[in-house]
Structure formats: C-alpha cells, structure tokens
Design a protein around this ligand. Structure first.
Ligand code: CA
Length: 304
C-alpha cells in the first residue's frame, strides 16, 4: 500500500516570527528561513510547515488573518515566498503553509461585510447570536463580542490576545548560539525577549554534544529514512506494559519494529522478544535476558 506523501513525511514546523531575523527589526522573516534551509535539510526533515505569515493585524500573532493572498510586510513579500518555495524544492523537500481558513481577523473584508448588517450577503458567514451564552474562548473568558452595527454578538474561539505578553517560552526567539541575542537578530529589541538560558541552550552547543536532543533527532531521522516500516507500517499499541511506558509496534512487509518510551522519571524494565536494538536513549537492551532497562524518560527501537 503506497500512502500519500503527507501520511508518511517528517515535518519541521517553523514559527517565522521567532525563527531568524535578517533585517534587524527584531522579528523573524521569510529570508531568515531561506538562510537556514541548509540547516533544516541537514537535520533530515522532509517537509517544512510554516505557521501563518499572511497579512494580519497581529492581534493573535499571525493567526488572525486579514488577507490569505497577501504577505505581512514584516515577514517579507511575494518574491521572498517564491524564493522560499524554490529553495525548499531545490533540496528535495516539501513545504506546507498553515492556512487557518476556518477563521479570520476582524479586519478581514468578509467579516467587515458580515458585521455591517443582519441582511448583507455574508451575514451568516460567521457565528452571530442575539444574546451570548456560556461558551468560553480558547484563551479564556467569554468568546462573544457585541457589534452595535447588528445589535448582535459574534463568536471568536481564539480571542484577541491583548493579554499582557509575558506569550511565552514556546514562542521566544530561536536560540542559534550564545551571543548577544542568540544570533536570532541584530536588534537590541526583539519581538519577544530572547530567553536568558540561550547562553547554555542553543543550536551551536547542541551540535557539539553527541547526547543532545538535536543530535538524537538527527539519528532518529536517519533511522526513519532507512526503515520503510517507520514510514509505511501499520501501528499496534502494546498492552500490559509497566506503568508509564508507551509501547507500539510498526509492521510492514515482514518487517517489524517495536518502540518503547518511558514517560516516567523512574527506571523501568520491560521483558520482550527482540533480535536487535537499533536505537537506545537512556536505556540498554539485554538480548540474552530479553530485557530492556530504561532510565527515566528513556526510549528504544527494537527489531523483532
Ligand atoms: Ca525581520
């Protein structure tokens, strides 16, 4: 069975605003992604997933889109986008744009029209009610907002993030090295502050450390590329494992690999049949005893 590419590809997601700034305005941009394409390709990923970089008032940091066919100027222009696509394809990779088309910014022309009156042609393109109910937005608080033009309330699942940005160790700028602004930007003022742990935690340091998560990912990507079973195989979740262990078996064309992951902080022992351990992280496999010893948060890939 040949699955479509998007069922079996490996994906690296990029939040453009935090990835790499090339013009010194403190905001990551499309040219920044282009500059890092060799790095991304060398990591072994096959597809890049780019979080929204379309026109937006940036109330929800780019997910509130005012035009799906324009690019927010702080990220670049159409020429940059075309260069990015070309650069990705030149390296034999694929690119996916994150199009969140089930919602728009309140500045999108469709919403402006919908909001203008109860009998305009797009009146029902959004969710409107005469009175708010108890629905909460994903970001907390009521998701209903009053619009005097219609004397009605409209629904917003992802509410305006005019909350105080504190928005956020997940989206802080990428830490490329231990210099001033982690080599993310030449600007003193980055859109979110660079985390102070960039002196210790950064790509340059992780590259030099064999046991870093970055190098573990590199190894896993190589194994994945060489083992069709990890791309095409069926998946069976294993039962009766010690508490805290997630285990599953991938099978394809007479090949079978078992993956065991310790989500617990304490050491665990799993007894199972296997012929070879092809990957171990904080774990060891005893073929004679048919036993896998896993330290806290360790993992293994075993050949049947
Ligand atoms: Ca920039």
């Amino acid at each position: 069975m040949d699955k479509p590419w998007y069922h079996k590809t490996s994906i690296y997601q990029i939040y453009p605003r935090s990835f790499h700034d090339t013009n010194g305005d403190g905001i990551g941009d499309l040219k920044g992604i282009i500059q890092k394409l060799d790095y991304l390709h060398e990591l072994g990923f096959e597809t890049l997933w780019i979080s929204p970089f379309f026109s937006s008032p940036q109330a929800d940091t780019g997910y509130d889109i005012s035009s799906y066919t324009d690019i927010a100027p702080e990220y670049g222009n159409m020429e940059d986008a075309l260069q990015l696509i070309e650069g990705v394809h030149q390296r034999g990779m694929k690119i996916v744009f994150d199009m969140v088309m089930n919602h728009t910014s309140d500045e999108h022309p469709w919403f402006r029209e919908s909001r203008s009156s109860q009998d305009n042609p797009k009146a029902n393109w959004y969710i409107w009610q005469d009175k708010p109910n108890n629905w909460q937005s994903m970001t907390g608080g009521s998701g209903w907002h009053y619009a005097p033009e219609r004397n009605q309330y409209f629904w917003s699942s992802f509410d305006w993030l005019n909350l105080t940005i504190n928005r956020d160790e997940v989206r802080t700028p990428m830490q490329w090295d231990g210099t001033g602004n982690a080599w993310f930007s030449s600007s003193e003022q980055t859109w979110l502050p660079v985390h102070k742990n960039h002196l210790e935690i950064n790509v340059e340091k992780a590259n030099q450390d064999e046991s870093s998560l970055l190098n573990i990912i590199r190894k896993l990507m190589k194994i994945r590329k060489n083992e069709t079973v990890l791309q095409e195989g069926s998946l069976e979740v294993l039962k009766n494992l010690p508490h805290g262990i997630l285990g599953y078996r991938r099978t394809w064309d007479h090949t079978s690999l078992t993956i065991l992951l310790n989500f617990d902080g304490s050491e665990k022992v799993v007894r199972t049949e296997f012929s070879e351990c092809i990957f171990a992280m904080s774990a060891s496999a005893d073929l004679k005893e048919k036993a896998i010893h896993m330290n806290g948060f360790g993992g293994v890939i075993l050949r049947a």
